[in-house]
Design a binder for this molecule. Sequence first.
Ligand SMILES: O=C(O)c1ccccc1NCC(=O)[C@H](O)[C@H](O)COP(=O)(O)O
Length: 229
Amino acid sequence: MKVQIYEIRSIKDAQKAVEAGADHLGIPYDQDPTYPGHLTCEEAMDVFESIPSNIVKIGLTISEDIHHIRQNLKTVMPNVLHLSGNIEAILPEEIERLKQDFKPLKIMQAIPVYADQDLASQKALDYVRRYEHVSDYFLIDTKSHSEDVIGATGTIHDWQIDRAIIESTDVPCIIAGGLSSENVQEAIRISRPYGVDSFTSTNEDNPIDEKHIKSIEKIRAFVEAAHNA
Ligand SMILES: O=C(O)c1ccccc1NCC(=O)[C@H](O)[C@H](O)COP(=O)(O)O
């Protein structure tokens, strides 16, 4: 079971997550970050360079502008680019060209799941069909109705929906959305994913400013629970 940890904002947090046993580290970044907690390209590069080579480095973008994403990739190249903005804003053909031009870049496409709707009334399976030929991973994540971005909600959704998505595709799926050391085993039991992801539940308060830092104890508990599922 792979464990992915967001949002890594410093070399110290990266070291904590590696020591606690994470396999994928996620860093949200942009040349001109507008989202709270996101790093600049230069800051992200410093953190990526500190991460051991056996750990998968995930770069998250919420941009809906493919030219902007290309510019960011010229400064920082993660192993995997995680597309977590409005899924309909970037066409599969654009992702295909991006992969050609930035080889060996892999793509993690976020698949939005609304917590208050059943699978039949959502587009998740349509997105899987449309994006699976250009995706190396799917991140099945909770989407709120009030935000364009997918994820970082701290809210769970129906894990039977994850299961149905996972059973419908050969693309490795990581599940996300309000997962914690308390609920991750149940989520794994129901959905049988390739991996699990945590942001909110593995944070602790930062005494310096209002931005999150990671808790090594909470990450360790999450990793252990996931591995023992
Ligand atoms: O990490 C972020 O800052 C972020 C911002 C906007 C959209 C997604 C983001 N992170 C993506 C992740 O993979 C999160 O870990 C995932 O959404 C789970 O978050 P949570 O429900 O808070 O555990």
